[in-house]
Write a protein that binds this ligand. Structure first.
Ligand code: KIV
Length: 293
């Protein structure tokens, strides 16, 4: 069963009910959103991973709601057919319900049709406030990078039975609070499966095994533009770092050798302009017959 790219369409996309798996990819700018649109993904996540992936930070804690709105707007300007998910960054939903709703509105006004928020049941008051303001919410549990300091790093979660039980309970509470989908990150495959079985909203996994209702990966990981670190769950489909380096090196070589730009890459001055500037022949004032070309 194909997926309708609307919030109700995504909410209904449960594999056990015959849905195709959901395909989500991150994008942070207009060109990558255009590529994702051509590739017909279901959801584009303007993730706060942009802090690490494109802004060069060590973690995701450095981006603000205004950074996220700026990148969400760039993605939206590409006119994607996918549902655009705006990621709420750290400290944009931790202070008060009022500030949370105001911040969610910034992402919606920038072009997202829903927001994603990390964390379990302790986020429920904020989730309820956003849902009451008519903003659809995607939850995010398991390895939540905004909690890296608390977790002692980017560590796989749910390795013990008790933790998996808690995760299932959290997922149920998030569904009850009105979330329309749930990202589950960095957990053993069994935890991904059990959480998926426990709830009626779709799960979208990243490093959560094959049995979630969909998958999400970071754009730069998929195309191999990020080539420094490859987590186990990443599959690279291209070698963009290598191919782009080769392209830039070829350009540099052509500039240095004079092979670029060629005649067909040059705006030739008209005869009138050349003549008016007195540049025919060997110098200013030379007769047209002396022209060198
Ligand atoms: O910010 C992000 O890219 C994410 C995904 C990894 C789910 O939250």
């Amino acid at each position: 069963m194909t997926i309708t790219r609307t919030i109700p369409g995504i909410r209904a996309a449960k594999r056990r009910n015959g849905s195709d798996p959901l395909v989500m990819v991150t994008a942070y700018d207009a060109p990558s959103a255009r590529v994702a649109t051509e590739a017909e993904v279901d959801l584009i996540l303007v993730g706060d991973s942009l802090a690490m992936v494109v802004l060069g930070y060590e973690d995701t804690l450095q981006v603000t709601i205004d950074d996220m709105a700026y990148h969400t707007a760039a993605v939206a300007r590409a006119g994607p057919t996918a549902v655009v998910v705006g990621d709420m960054p750290w400290m944009s939903f931790h202070v008060s319900a009022e500030a949370t709703v105001t911040n969610a509105a910034k992402l919606i006004r920038a072009g997202a049709s829903c927001i994603k928020m990390e964390g379990g049941s302790k986020r429920i008051p904020m989730i309820e406030a956003i849902v009451a303001a008519e903003v659809p919410v995607m939850a995010h549990i398991g390895l939540t990078p905004q909690s890296a300091n608390v977790m002692g790093g980017f560590k796989i979660q749910g390795r013990e039975a008790e933790a998996v039980g808690q995760m299932i309970e959290e997922a149920r509470l998030l569904e009850e609070a009105g979330c329309f989908a749930l990202v589950i990150e960095g957990v053993p495959d069994l935890a991904g499966r059990l959480v998926t079985e426990a709830i009626d909203i779709p799960t979208i996994g990243i490093g959560a095994g094959p049995e979630t209702d969909g998958q999400v990966l970071v754009y730069h990981d998929i195309i191999g533009l990020e080539n420094r670190f490859k987590p186990k769950f990443v599959r690279r489909y291209d070698k963009a770092f290598e191919s782009q380096t080769a392209a830039l090196a070829a350009y540099a070589a052509d500039v240095r050798s004079g092979a670029f730009p060629a005649e067909n890459e040059t705006y030739a001055a008209s005869d009138e302009l050349t003549e008016a500037l007195g540049l025919y022949g060997s110098g200013p004032g030379a007769a047209p017959d002396d022209r060198a070309n």
